[in-house]
Ligand binder design. Structure first.
Ligand code: UD1
Length: 346
């Protein structure tokens, strides 16, 4: 019988790509999502790629009674991957309580019910935002956690602490926090990708929407950073590489291969690209010319961050394989798919 994995937020951007990789690795996937930032027809995309439609439950995991009912129905879950959370930095500054409630309560509900139903394995969606602007680059998992720049970032730090404290008190539980750098790209089939609501805040969806003519021009935030070309540097990682790391994390917990019951890994490529380099990669890999202008820095942005991935490479036997050109060309293919199916994606 296939092992069952619960994916919360499984119709979201990273969750849906992870569902595909899990199914393709022989797992059965059950998704919980309240569709607050995704759509039910993402399940069609998963089905088109894998031939399997995952079981889907539409509710908010902040509702502990509803989540308890779910676990009564699905007692035989081998691991939980918890993606469901609010993730927009700017929105978190405007609506901090919504972020604290959504991101903290969902996690405590899951942990409480893991204890109640003796479910032992949790992979948690964390972020490189926990490092702030690091003093030394690249950042390792041992780099200091700096005060969060936003309520969103703070929820990721607090969630990691909640997991760590809970596992210290309960040795039966295992967890892995995965600190993502900048996830971009889309499934090569163009059946899955990011579905930003409204005006995208993140770079790559803004680039593809500009190239598609939906936005007049891209603003490059800051040209006076202390970087080779003055624009800010990030470690962009293809969402499919990221998804594969989740499968390995789950296998590691189920196979009892962890070194300690709580582990943390950086998930990046180890390469930093500036905004201007990312734009050039988009232009060369797609043949599209991009309208852009240099503007002021964006408040709250850091200058540079990229990952030291040695520990993840060694311990997980995982390495990001897809380069920035593939990230850009797959994002563009996905944007074109959205344009061709405009009625559906309005
Ligand atoms: C942000 C969050 C991060 C979160 C991630 C995904 C911070 C400090 N970090 O990363 O925690 O996980 O989003 O939601 O907020 N840029 C432009 N023009 C644009 C958009 C972006 O020049 O229109 C630049 C930004 O200034 C930045 C880079 O592109 O230098 C990447 O930006 P973005 O995609 O928004 O991600 P981060 O801000 O790095």
């Amino acid at each position: 019988m296939k092992q069952k994995i619960l994916v919360t937020g499984g119709t979201g951007y990273i969750g849906s790509h992870t569902a595909v990789e899990l199914i393709e690795s022989g797992f059965e996937v059950v998704i919980i999502d309240n569709l607050s930032n995704s759509r039910e027809d993402v399940l069609d995309g998963i089905e088109k790629i894998t031939g399997v439609r995952p079981a889907f439950e539409n509710f908010d995991i902040c509702d502990i009674n509803r989540l308890d009912q779910f676990f009564q129905k699905y007692k035989d879950i081998s691991a939980i991957i918890h993606f469901a959370a609010s993730k927009a930095v700017g929105e978190s500054v405007a609506k901090p309580l919504m972020y604290y409630r959504n991101n903290l309560q969902s996690l405590t509900n899951i942990l409480e019910l893991m204890e109640k139903y003796e479910l032992n394995n949790l992979a948690f969606s964390s972020s490189c935002t926990v490092y702030g602007q690091p003093k030394q680059l690249p950042v390792t998992e041992k780099s200091p956690i700096l005060p969060a720049e936003s309520p969103y970032g703070n929820t990721k730090q607090i969630c990691e602490e909640i997991i760590s404290d809970t596992l210290r008190a309960n040795n039966n539980l295992n967890a892995i926090s995965l600190r993502y750098f900048n996830p971009v790209g889309a499934h090569d089939s163009a059946h899955l990708g990011e579905l930003p609501l409204g005006v995208p805040a993140n770079l790559v969806p803004f680039i593809t929407q500009t190239a598609a003519g939906l936005r007049k021009e891209l603003s490059v935030f800051g040209d006076d950073y202390n970087t080779p070309d003055g624009s800010a540097v990030r470690d962009y990682i293809h969402v499919v590489d990221l998804a594969k790391a989740h499968v390995i994390a789950v296998q590691r917990m189920i196979g009892k291969k962890q070194k300690t019951n709580y582990e943390v890994f950086n998930l990046g490529t180890g390469n930093g690209y500036s905004v201007l380099e990312a734009i050039r990669a988009f232009e060369t890999s797609t043949g599209q010319k991009l309208n852009y202008k240099l503007v002021e820095r964006r408040a709250g942005d850091i200058e540079c961050v990229w990952a030291d991935t040695t520990y993840a490479n060694q311990e997980l036997g995982w390495k990001a394989a897809l380069d920035i050109n593939t990230m850009m060309s797959s994002s563009w293919k996905w944007q074109q798919h959205l344009m061709e199916n405009q009625d559906k994606f309005k």
